[in-house]
Design a protein around this ligand. Structure first.
Ligand SMILES: Nc1ncnc2c1ncn2[C@@H]1O[C@H](COP(=O)(O)OP(=O)(O)O)[C@@H](O)[C@H]1O
Ligand SMILES: [Mg+2]
Length: 498
């Protein structure tokens, strides 16, 4: 569906300020659609005056729609909808006319010129599905009266209110709670929902006739309400603004739209919405995140303690194989600790794995005898990974890097003696994130795999862990073979990502 701006650009002569005005109108016209129980369509004048283009549309949430299909982007030539032509040419509200029949639905149409300063820049058509119309209740009469005031204001150029756009995602709707106050700020009508909101706030009697600003000031403690100026501007219905206030039990958003149908301030629509549950959920999310981070922090500390205990034990053991087995365990525990440490700093259960991978690369070379002759280089980005994937992948990467350092560049290898201070071996970690997959290859230029190496037949612990994690835990694939460069070894890992 084309956007309002696109339609304006391709078919009309309206300028940027006109578009800004129409967008401001659009930001608030859900309220008018709801109060009117009607569909609104914004019609834009064609550049060559051949007719009108439908630039935007809003359905009511309070009643049945008059349009089953979207109309945005359609064109109506001059002459087909005389009421559009009349509102445009005569610059006035047009409401006389017989109902139109659209696919067996009788629809009453009214057209409203949209004025910006001294020009009419578009026409709003208000389409009421007459099948939904009943004998009006007080609520409905009050809604319709307010809708009529607002449409007058559109025609006079006093709605939308310049610069007062409400971007509040939680902004109240008509159905959340509707109040109409008079010019003095006294409640003339309150919908049942608005009354319930005030009951929850602590009101015991009725709202009718009370000064809303005074009443609210009495119910809400000073520390939970806006400054006096804003409070009386919004609740007195004198400014097109919204504000949030609360008691210890209830939180609400209040929104005011002053009414000046003939230019003179006659009162306001005030919408109220109980956002207690929303705010509680916000708070719970914040504390839940903090708790999870704290747990990761403690897990990391515990793992580091375990690693320290194992290291202590390793030092006391004489048997060389037993000692190196314990040292390997220390390293594996340390790897998991690194992931938890990263998670304890993360905002969500997501890990920026590039940092983890680089730290693992350093850790593996630091603890190895061959380490100072080997460099790990990364090409490509892992990006952000979910924590389950990150933990498994960290283990996998550590084992594979460890093998490259240990078996590829072992000091007792037949490679020539290193040149003092320079890098001898390079382990290249290549990452590619494809759609829904992650491809990782770790390639060294070391000694290469031993004769007759068989991954499936290998019973050594390191590659067994890698294979289990890649295939079972991550649901991916593992291959280990000679590096294509003709020297060294390459491990390739391919895992699916959500
Ligand atoms: N990058 C590599 N370069 C040379 N040989 C390797 C490499 N990776 C693995 N290997 C061989 O595969 C064997 C199995 O590795 P692994 O399961 O990690 O056990 P470990 O490292 O404890 O020996 C190693 O002993 C080694 O012979
Ligand atoms: Mg190994």
């Amino acid at each position: 569906m084309p956007s309002l701006t696109e339609l304006v650009r391709s078919h009309t002569d309206l300028d940027d300020q006109d578009v800004a005005w129409l967008q401001l109108l659009q930001a608030d016209w859900q309220i008018i659609a709801d109060l009117s129980f009607a569909d609104l369509v914004l019609w834009l004048p064609d550049r060559e005056e051949r007719g009108f283009w439908a630039g935007a549309q809003m359905r009511p949430t309070t009643g049945p729609t008059a349009y089953v299909d979207d109309v945005v982007g359609t064109f109506v030539p001059v002459g087909r909808r005389p009421m559009l032509d009349a509102a445009w040419a005569q610059q006035r509200l047009v409401r006389e006319g017989d109902p139109e029949w659209r696919e067996d639905v009788p629809v009453r149409v009214e057209t409203i010129p949209v004025r910006r300063h001294d020009r009419v820049i578009a026409v709003v058509a208000r389409n009421t599905n007459l099948l939904g119309v009943r004998t009006p209740s007080r609520l409905e009469l009050s809604y319709l009266q307010t809708a009529a005031d607002l449409t007058q204001m559109i025609a006079h150029g006093s709605f939308p209110a310049p610069g007062q756009r409400s971007d509040h995602a939680d902004s109240p709707r008509v159905g959340d709670g509707f109040l109409r106050v008079d010019a003095a700020g006294r409640v003339a009508y309150a919908s049942p929902n608005a009354l319930s909101v005030y009951r929850r706030l602590g009101l015991s009697g009725d709202l009718a006739g009370l000064l809303l600003a005074d009443l609210t000031r009495d119910l809400v403690p000073p520390r939970r309400r806006p400054d006096e100026e804003r409070l009386s501007a919004v609740l007195g219905g004198r400014a097109h603004l919204d504000t949030e206030l609360a008691t210890d039990e209830v939180a609400l958003i209040v929104r005011a739209i002053p009414l000046r149908p003939q230019g003179e301030h006659i009162g306001a629509v005030i919408l109220v919405r109980d956002v207690t549950d929303l705010r509680r959920r916000d708070r719970e999310l914040v504390t839940k995140d903090a708790t999870i981070r704290e747990i990761h922090h403690r897990v990391k500390n515990n793992l580091q303690t375990v690693a320290a205990l194992l290291r202590l034990q390793a030092r006391r053991i004489d048997s060389e194989p037993a000692r190196s087995a314990l040292e390997e365990a220390v390293r594996r525990v340390g790897t998991i600790a690194i992931v938890h440490e990263t998670l304890s700093e993360a905002v969500e259960e997501q890990v920026d794995f590039d940092d983890v991978a680089d730290r693992l690369g350093r850790m593996v070379t630091e603890v190895s005898a061959a380490g100072d002759r080997v460099r790990v280089r990364r090409d490509g980005r892992f990006g952000v990974l979910p924590s389950e994937v990150a933990t498994a992948l960290a283990m996998v990467l550590t084992e594979v890097l460890q093998n490259a350092v240990e078996h590829g560049y072992d000091p007792s290898s037949e490679l020539e003696e290193p040149v003092e201070g320079s890098v001898r071996g390079e382990i290249l970690v290549t990452v590619r994130r494809l759609v829904g997959r992650l491809h990782l290859s770790v390639e060294d230029d070391g000694r290469g795999l031993p004769e007759g190496f068989d991954l499936d037949g290998s019973t050594n612990l390191g590659l067994s862990i890698v294979r289990t994690l890649v295939e079972s835990e991550l649901g991916g694939q593992l291959a280990v073979g000679a590096a294509p460069a003709g020297r060294g070894t390459r491990a390739e890992i391919d895992v699916p990502l959500e």
